[in-house]
Design a protein around this ligand. Structure first.
Ligand code: 13P
Length: 249
């Protein structure tokens, strides 16, 4: 019912050579046709990736966007510009953007709205810090991050969002949430979505992110409410990323 999505967030890593390598490997990879795969390279590589991924199942994503349509915003990129390069998914609310670039909930909402207004799919990232988990505030924090966006979107827009649960303590640390820990939060998110609309809750994709790798992907993806992965480090190695995709298909 829910098509799995595996998305590779390269962060500020990669090169033109890596773009080409992924294009070649995924051009001949045997992947299930009932799954979606995306790479989110740094913005300067979008044009090259659009060409390199043309005959592959790889879709393109972007890691950030400015909520404005155009104007005097030095260094920024709008959703319509991303759309011109065939971008399909755009991350909003990644914890690195929240903490390093001070994007608060209202900034995350504005970005999600800008992405949706261009017909693109926001991947809304949510997740608690280690301190918040230790204080047993995981659900409160995560569900608030979801609600800040979902309360304002209309019913039609909500259907087009993907949510990625990324516990901050698991990102880039090698410390993955256990399948049980991840499933519990995913189930809480889905319950929260059902308060808006049960049909939407049952079809919306919830990804797990945080040190997902080829060794642990299968058991995480086997959980009933985990519909894919948002992969950082392991998306920079083509064989590892391919193996993760194969465990989802
Ligand atoms: P890692 O897979 O490197 O932990 O990164 C996860 C992430 O932040 C993906 O957006």
């Amino acid at each position: 019912m829910r098509v799995p999505l595996i998305a590779g967030n390269w962060k500020m890593n990669g090169s033109l050579a890596l773009v080409e390598q992924f294009g070649q490997a995924f051009g001949k990879a045997a992947l299930s046709s009932s799954m979606d795969v995306a790479i989110l390279p740094p913005l300067p590589y979008l044009a090259a990736a659009q060409t390199a991924f043309e005959k592959t199942p790889l879709r393109l994503g972007a890691q950030t966007v400015n909520p404005e349509l155009s104007g005097a915003y030095t260094g920024e990129v709008s959703a319509s510009m991303l759309a011109e390069f065939g971008v399909h998914y755009v991350l909003v609310g990644h914890s690195e953007r929240r903490s390093l670039y001070h994007e608060d909930d209202s900034a995350v909402l504005a970005r999600a709205q800008a992405v949706l207004s261009e017909g693109l799919t926001p991947i809304l990232c949510v997740g608690e810090t280690l301190a918040e988990r230790d204080e047993e505030r995981t659900e409160t924090v995560v569900l608030n991050q979801v609600k800040t966006v979902f309360d304002t979107l209309d019913a039609q827009q909500r259907q087009h969002v993907v949510i990625a649960y990324e516990p901050v303590w698991a990102i880039g640390t090698g410390r993955t949430a256990t399948p049980e820990q991840a499933q519990a939060v995913h189930a809480a998110i889905r319950d929260c979505l059902a308060d808006y609309d049960e049909q939407m809750a049952s079809t919306l994709r919830l990804l797990y992110g945080g040190s997902m790798k080829r060794e642990n992907a299968a058991e995480l993806l086997a959980q009933p409410d985990i519909d894919g992965g948002l992969i950082g480090g392991a998306s920079l190695k083509v064989d590892d990323f391919l193996a993760i995709c194969q465990s989802a298909g």
